[in-house]
Write a protein that binds this ligand. Sequence first.
Ligand code: BES
Ligand code: ZN
Length: 632
Amino acid sequence: MNPYRNYLLGFSLAGCLQLAACSTQNPVTNETMTTQEQDIAKAPVDVHSFAKPAEAVARHLDLDIAVSFDQKVISGKATYQIENLAKTNQIIFDTRGLKIEQVYLGEEQTPTTFRLGKEKEFLGSPLEVDIQPDTRLVTILYSTTANADALQWLSPQQTAGKKHPFLFTQSQAILARTWIPIQDSPGIRITYSAKVKVPKELMAVMSAENPQQKNTTGEYTFEMRQAIPSYLMALSVGDMVFKPIGKQTGIYAEPATIDAAVYEFAEMDKMLVAAEKLYGKYRWDRYDLLVLPPSFPFGGMENPRLTFVTPTVLAKDRSLTSLIAHELAHSWSGNLVTNATWDDFWLNEGFTVYFERRIMEELYGKEYADMLNVLGYQDLQNTLEELGPQSEDTRLKLDLEGRNPDEGLTDIAYEKGNAFLQNIERVVGRERFDQFVNEYFQTFAFQSTNTDLFLDFLRKELIQGDEKVAEQINIEGWVYTPGLPENHVKPTSSRFAQVADAYTSWKNGKPAAQLNTKDWSSHEWLHFIRMLPEQMTPQQMADLDKAFGFTNSGNSEVLAAWFIPAIRNNYTSADKAMETFLTNVGRRKFLVPIYKALIATPEGKTKARAIYAKARPNYHAVSTSTLDEMLK
Ligand code: BES
Ligand code: ZN
């Protein structure tokens, strides 16, 4: 028995916090609960799922689906091994925009009755399936509809190879339910196996054990033996090839992209070694990347065993690979120890940013990690300004009830979360902190946890009643108070100090071409561009562009940053490049600031709308849902 299971139990029975149930009595049957039942009963209520896992919960999914590019539909069956803990007569799954054809019970596939409940905004409809107290197997026959927001169907034109269509899913946060009927809460974990039928000329990969070669039948099977939360269910289908990096690592990409990707991510194996050295063994066997077409709405998505990544990090100089360190770090923070609800999202992302910076420090030194910290701190300041210093959404522990959990996806979770952990590290020292984090990952491995459980663990294992330490750590100030607490330390970077010097010289009239920018990486350039004043003359813009070639930069971060002063100062020489960028790239983090800068003036708004009308078909629903709102 896992010693930490004891810990959890002891804790929940004594403290209970705001957890759903606190006794060893099953709240429904009143019988004494097994350990497993108690675990579930302890799970905090997830306001973004209709499932009632304390009553009936899924343990394993067997997916048998076919992917039709002609109809843009996934159809087939999802067979669940369930546990009817409360011996209830109903199990509830989440669905959104799914067509449910039929539901069967047991090996013998006896048809049963079911209904789709009232639809709620963002959440979709509960699928209520009538079961027996001893039901172990539930099979749901279903198909997706045009409303499957997790899916992006790409035409051949939208791929690098231009010959074959492409499909990918994006399940986080609550979009898994748009392509699989599922108990869609990060507090519930399942293992899965899958059989996926795709057109013969294409290959399928999932967040599971994957094929490394195309076969001739178009039928692929998958196995995920470690239990994962639903938001990590992932599938992609397209013309792709695999190339290894290390023994345990490799890359899937379109044939046209694979070599660039192999070059760019050559160091992913070293990252894995560094990560294991920091926080313990990698628990998922292989770690591969799938490089997607440019419409992928995120930088990266930590689908277990197979991170999905945007091609916009292919900068040809390996300068944007902290993103890989980030997604790899999620193999511990997020995938192994999972936020139990989206209100605890900072546990996933704050820890991951902290871990990412540690990996980068390990590989490239402290000065490198310092740059990332300063850029992150700038992002945090911008977010604080945007949300307002008193906004409840600037607390680490969120309250997203009644809202799309996407609203919690801000730099508060990422950078305030990271700053909190860096603050604890400063207080107790790196050695003790690392030991603590190691213990945390081991203790909560393959479980979901929430803010209160984490804080209790922190008090028990690290603070240990030391009031001075508690005061310096200041849990209340970081976790439950808006803004940044007084005791936060603003990060600095020696490499950026040189950027600031160059910038000052330039502002004082030195021509751009004469600045000392030798050996600058994309981070230095990004910092430089962010320093530029709100108002610039056409000469200044042209001087910079001529010297540094920003408008023609092949680096997506530099390019996206440069478009902001270009828009503000009406530097129309960048218009064409900007339009090309906006119509090709679907990464929301880039799109939102550019469109936002555009709509600040009436002329810009007209321009933005014209570009958006053209570009929108190329964007994933994740991006259009934000942009539709902005541009309406
Ligand atoms: N898990 C996130 C992406 C995400 C979060 C998708 C919430 C949907 C809902 C992923 O790990 C991430 O943080 N991606 C970042 C990159 C990172 C380097 C900050 C991104 O996509 O920009
Ligand atoms: Zn992340």
